[in-house]
Design a protein around this ligand. Structure first.
Ligand code: DX5
Length: 226
């Protein structure tokens, strides 16, 4: 399966968000991710419901809401109404993860679970059949422009094996430090959806070139479409 790029608007020029989204679409982005941060679960505050609604108006592609917030159950309904197609909650923040995942799906949305770098893949054991997407964080969440954490490759492989055995339809997404020199190894390890902020929206030739460079790097690494 070909790689799918999910530009993260955290790195976009928010003054020209619509144009930035259109440019990333030109480069064949598959979807967009909105990084929601509350300053509690992560040491940063970003944006919330109004920005998801704005991104919804700007694109027909999938919109993911990545909730880096405590007690995400409080806002699942709000992000569904704002137009998110995929709602991703952190396992570390979800005391009642099964209930939250069921709620997201009852709202007609896809349910994603995110794992921080130190969280082992086996926390998925009792929920793996229920989810539509697993997001393996390849940086510690909170900021764009960080360096890919190499030991997460092992976890990507573990998640890939778990999903191959128990939920092959579930997507494996990674987020953080996705660049032309890291995406090939991550694809090889089993990742198929790649959240990328800096390498897309800070690309010197623009967002379309940034997306195309990432897709080209996967092809060049010998990982052909299956
Ligand atoms: C969590 C955020 C970032 C962002 C991607 O910190 O989720 O990972 O989306 O950041 P880049 O692609 O700039 O590393």
């Amino acid at each position: 399966m070909t790689a799918k790029i999910a530009p993260s608007i955290l790195a976009a020029d928010l003054l020209h968000l619509g144009e930035q989204i259109a440019a990333a679409e030109q480069g064949d982005a598959d979807r967009f991710q909105v990084d929601v941060m509350d300053g509690v679960f992560v040491p940063n505050i970003s944006f919330g419901l109004p920005v998801v609604a704005a991104v919804r108006r700007a694109t027909k592609l999938l919109v993911e809401a990545h909730l880096m917030i405590v007690e995400p159950e409080r806002y699942v309904e709000g992000f569904a109404q704002a137009g998110a197609d995929v709602i991703i909650v952190h396992q570390e923040a979800a005391v009642h993860l099964d209930r939250i995942v069921q709620h997201i799906k009852q709202l007609g949305k896809k349910a994603g679970v995110a794992l921080n770098p130190a969280t082992p893949a086996n926390v998925l054991d009792q929920i793996v059949e229920q989810v539509d997407l697993v997001l393996v964080m390849t940086v510690n969440p909170g900021f764009g422009g960080q360096t890919f954490i190499p030991h997460t490759l092992r976890k990507i492989r573990q998640v890939q094996q778990l999903l191959a055995a128990r939920n092959p339809a579930c997507e494996i997404e990674i987020d953080g430090g996705v660049e032309v020199d890291t995406i090939g190894a991550a694809y090889e390890a089993g990742a198929r959806v790649f959240v990328a902020g800096t390498s897309v929206f800070k690309h010197p030739a623009g967002a379309a070139a940034g997306v195309r460079a990432l897709l080209g790097a996967v092809a060049a690494s010998g990982n052909r479409a299956e």
